[in-house]
Design a protein around this ligand. Structure first.
Ligand SMILES: Nc1ncnc2c1ncn2[C@@H]1O[C@H](COP(=O)(O)OP(=O)(O)O)[C@@H](O)[C@H]1O
Ligand SMILES: [Mg+2]
Length: 231
């Protein structure tokens, strides 16, 4: 296992929730510290509403914590300017969000190469996209449009899009929730392969089978990590 690449320390995020009399604040994530290492695949499990997505979004640089810090290779994400943060995020963190996010007016190939153009990268892009599509078993869909794809194929496009910039960190939020067993296995294997290539992978999932792919399983309950946090 490699060095710690992404570290969350003392993270807290609270939201307002409408109560019977008045809105009250509650902690969706409370005092969570977590470290992800290069080459390690971690699964984050826990019931719906336990704070998994909120934590993932803070780690991804997408949601500012109320307390605590997130550092990527020692760089404090939320101390950066918006511009510096989005640049760093684009090149170092691949996010596979919940739901479908492919752009429907672009082909599979164009969807996957998009993140490279967003941060001005032009070298080897064509080859990299081709080899990723090949690896994920969707090479023959290169010129197809998202509306022509199955759920499992769309999910693999999202994974290719997250991997194309060769990020140090991959954060995936329930990437198999709508997939059958065969596609679940393909996605899990792709994420595991990304970790074996040296990336730090965090996989939020309900899949019990995730434990067989992950090096470490963390469990969240009511905003806290109750199991599997690194010593
Ligand atoms: N933007 C938001 N505003 C208010 N409440 C939110 C918001 N995002 C999440 N929550 C609440 O925070 C809790 C944790 O949500 P979430 O992190 O999405 O959980 P999980 O991903 O584990 O299902 C839930 O009670 C959810 O309703
Ligand atoms: Mg969630």
């Amino acid at each position: 296992m490699g060095d710690v690449v992404l570290q969350g320390a003392g993270l807290r995020k609270s939201f307002f929730r409408a109560g019977r009399d008045a809105a009250r604040r509650f902690d969706a994530v409370a005092d969570v510290s977590v470290a992800l290492r290069s080459g390690e695949m971690c699964a984050l499990m826990g019931r719906s509403g336990s704070g998994k997505s909120t934590l993932l979004n803070m780690l991804a640089g997408l949601l500012t914590p109320d307390e605590g810090t997130v550092s990527l290779s020692g760089q404090d994400l939320y101390a950066l300017s918006d511009e510096a943060l989005s640049r760093l995020r684009n090149q170092a963190i691949g996010v596979i969000p919940q739901g479908h996010t492919a752009l429907h007016s672009l082909t599979v190939f164009e969807n996957v190469e998009l993140p490279c153009h967003m941060h001005g990268e032009t070298t080897d892009v064509h080859d990299r996209v081709d080899s990723l599509l090949e690896k994920l078993g969707i090479a023959e869909l290169s010129n197809a449009y998202p509306s022509e794809l199955s759920g499992g194929e769309l999910r693999r496009v999202a994974i290719a899009r997250a991997l194309v910039v060769e990020p140090q960190v991959i954060l995936a939020d329930e990437p198999t929730s709508d997939l059958d067993d065969e596609n679940t296995e393909l996605v899990m294997n792709a994420l595991r392969a990304a970790s074996r290539e040296g990336r730090a992978v965090l996989l939020v999932t309900h899949e019990q089978a995730a434990a067989t792919y992950a090096d470490r399983v963390m469990r969240m309950d009511a905003g806290r990590i109750v199991e599997g946090v690194e010593a």
